[in-house]
Ligand binder design. Sequence first.
Ligand code: FAD
Length: 428
Amino acid sequence: MQTKQDHTPSYYAASAHAAPERPVLNDHLEADVAIVGGGFTGVCSALSLAERGYSVVVLEANRIGWGASGRNGGQVLAGWSGESELVKQLGPKAEDFLWKTRYLGNEIVEARLQKYDIKCDYTHGAATVAFNAKQMKALEEEYADCVEHGAGDVLELADGPQLRRHAATDAYIGGLIDRRGAHCHPLNLLLGEAAAAEKNGVQIFEGTRVTEILHGSSPAVQTENGSVKAKHVILAGNAYHLLEKTKLHGLMLPAKTYVIATEPLGDELAHELLPDNLAICDSNWVLDYFRLTGDNRLLFGGRCTYSNRDIGDIEGELAPRMRKIFPQLENTKVDFGWGGVIGIPLNRVPLIGKISDHVFYAQGYAGHGVNCSHIVGEMFADAIRGKETGVDLFDATRHFRIPAADTIGGPMLALGMTWYRMRDALGV
Ligand SMILES: Cc1cc2nc3c(=O)[nH]c(=O)nc-3n(C[C@H](O)[C@H](O)[C@H](O)COP(=O)(O)OP(=O)(O)OC[C@H]3O[C@@H](n4cnc5c(N)ncnc54)[C@H](O)[C@@H]3O)c2cc1C
């Protein structure tokens, strides 16, 4: 018997637009493309394919947006995670791809908001901030690199006093402001895109877990009570699926990460903290990030755990970190706290490629999934049409596979992250 889970209690679930409950698949269907997973990767791929005239079925084990896509920080950032590793491995063609796609995710999202009239509190403006000289130097280098590649006009380097005009805190020594970056209510973005996909003919099933992918020139996905035979399958289950262990096992370790949202701050305090409504993330390896929501709450995320255990007291862990940045929130109540699983490949390069000629997969975008999943959806739709896309580039990347990931993988990652946390604390 399948057990469908509803959205985790969160600020997003509490403020989600009404969405229909989709049926469980109890049938044997045929389509051009079957998609496993109803997060951004699955839904964006479905919409991109349907816009090109393909028939598509999406199978989601729980609800649309139940996974990371409906729980994240909502930051729609520039670029990909693992960029330097990608360039180190694949050279100029990777560099070329990365510059071409730096803001492509933002462009796709913005075009969809217009085209399908999606309301998700989408707001321009993001900043990466530095705690120490080493982090600031890295931001200065990034800025110089962007200027050299013609992408500097939306960026602004700020020293401590300049940054303080954008974020009322003394925690940082400076930052890089990106006016093209953005933030949004990710669950409402995704629900809007799912509705758009359905308008374009996509069939979506919820409470429908795929138990097996059958490969071949005409692959199929098997569910508990049904199946979909297709020309192509896209595996978009991210950190939650347990499929295709031969190719994908041990390449990505799931980390639990957490978010809190305060009570509404009111216009005055919200404006005092973040006068131009930037989404901010720091430069630590294990980073903290925050932004205002549409109703002026401070949404603050950070902290990672690498074992299967949840931290017991999410507010107790995160609120002190938030108040260290903004002591002004000393007496502000926290209304929501939740966690989600993020997929992190050890070299941070997203896992995107083909398991066979007809089966694609994409997972492990680390903290860049909102923008990158939108690019990946377009890439898959074009790849299925036979066009050359970045899929081959990512597929050619070498990844580190952790032996016995189920048993020693979590502790190994925990050890690695303790090392990085120590480096963050020491500023080296
Ligand atoms: C707390 C948190 C904060 C984050 N903050 C940001 C941020 O600010 N900006 C950013 O860009 N990224 C952020 N991320 C990362 C981002 O959310 C993810 O990279 C992105 O949402 C991944 O989308 P996805 O569709 O690949 O996976 P998911 O959204 O995880 O969706 C996978 C879906 O597949 C379903 N599924 C799994 N197995 C099966 C199966 N066998 N059959 C059917 N369905 C299945 C799951 O139920 C799930 O709904 C954050 C992540 C977390 C957890």
